[in-house]
Each structure stands twice: as C-alpha cells, then as structure tokens.
Design a protein around this ligand. Sequence first.
Ligand code: IPE
Ligand code: IPE
Ligand code: MG
Length: 246
Amino acid sequence: MPPATTPAHVAIIMDGNGRWAKQRGLPRLEGHRRGAKAVRATLTAAFEAGVKYLTLYAFSVENWKRPQDEVGGLMGLLNYFLKQELKTLQKNKIALRTIGRTDALPADVRKELAATIKATAHHKERTLVLALNYGSRTEIADAARAYAEAVASGKQKNDEASWDDFARHLYTAGIPDPDLVIRTSGETRISNFLLMQSAYAEFIFTPVLWPDFGKDELHACLAEYARRERRFGRTSEQVAGAKGEK
Ligand code: IPE
Ligand code: IPE
Ligand code: MG
C-alpha cells in the first residue's frame, strides 16, 4: 500500500522542451523527442509510487498556433509514442484516457488513440490521461452546452444545479480532481490547464526542463507534496484532529 500522503492524481504541465533543445543548439523537435523519453520514465515511476491517475498536458488548444512543422512533428511523435507504449501500458495494467477535443486531431493519431484506449480499457487500477487539444475554457464551454442539452431534454433539473451535476459533463467525468499539479521549466502559470478541477490541488513549480524530468524529480515532488497540509477551508488544528481520530 502506498503511504496515505501519496497523491491519487498527479497532473503535469510538461514544459521546457524547446528551451532544452535551444540550450544544446538542437532543433525544437529534438527537445520534444527527449520529452517523450521523460514521459516514459515519469509514467513508470508515478504508478510504481502508487499514483492512480496521471494526467499529462501534451498539447493545448493554443499550441496549434505554433509553426506548422512543429505541430506536425508533435503529432508524429504522439503517434509513435502510442505505438511504442502500448506494451508498457499493458505490462503495468494502465488504462489510457484522453481529455480534450480529440476529434480535431489528425486521422492517424485518432485511430491509434482509439485502438490504445480500447486495448487498455479493462485496466481499472491505474489510468494515464493524455490532455490533447485540451483547454479548460473549451472544456467548460463544451460542458455548458452538454448541460444545457440535458436540461432541455429533461434529463437534468436546473433548479437542483450543483457542481457535481455540471462536472459530469466535463471531459474529466469520473476522474477524481488532481491532488498535485506539477509544472516544469520554471514558468509559474496554468496555461488553461484543469482550471476548475485544480481548485484544491497542491502546486509545484520546478525549474527542471521537461526532458530532464524523471524518477528522481518525481520522487522529490512527491516528498514535497507529503510535507504540505491540505486544509480544504478548515483550520490546521481541525486537520490535525481529524488525522488523530483515524
Ligand atoms: C512543452 O515544451 C511541450 C509542448 C507545449 C507541446 P515547449 O515546447 O513549450 O518548450 P518551451 O516552453 O518552448 O521551452
Ligand atoms: C502548456 O505549455 C501546454 C503544454 C504543456 C502542452 P506552453 O508552453 O504551450 O504554455 P505557454 O504558452 O508558455 O503558457
Ligand atoms: Mg512552453
């Protein structure tokens, strides 16, 4: 059993691939290639540590604004990654899920995603969530439309509106809120990632560039998380008291 202080859901904003490459005089795509290797190391380490859900921000709705060859390179890399990692997912009993407007991704990526999701759907213990063409505001707009449709069709009573009812229409339906959100590369912003779901998450901003992130860096983040006190609006004394009662 993992310690009680292990976060059930870790979400990562994988940032700094471009700077990693630039520092070495390499093309940006080489940074993304090394970033994919960091994904493999982090994925294995996170699930070994007892994390149940790992969400990785791989492509934002805003990332389409990048040069066309970089976007194409990222999509190719994603396709390659999915083919390569199916074995790892099966071996470690990890189900794949996505959040985001994946219907706008290239056809070959959609095909690979659908096949991987189907092949891993029976794994119930661990879930890798890839945020692809994801943006929180788009997600909320999509959820608002779905919620309105549910009200119009009588499936949802609007006078009983609650967050839980609304959240069932988010891409993340059924996935617990992230306990820990990590952003690499030293940027201290959220960039449209899980805005509502991270309402009570702990945040760690590390200067490490994503291609240099791996098992040791993840363990350092988990150790930092374990030192935090999550109060959810209560006092520190109340939290300490509740722990003592267990
Ligand atoms: C993160 O690295 C990968 C994606 C956003 C797809 P970046 O490509 O943003 O790296 P920097 O921020 O330019 O260093
Ligand atoms: C956030 O990184 C998106 C992903 C990690 C996929 P960006 O590099 O796109 O974020 P900004 O533009 O610096 O805020
Ligand atoms: Mg960036």
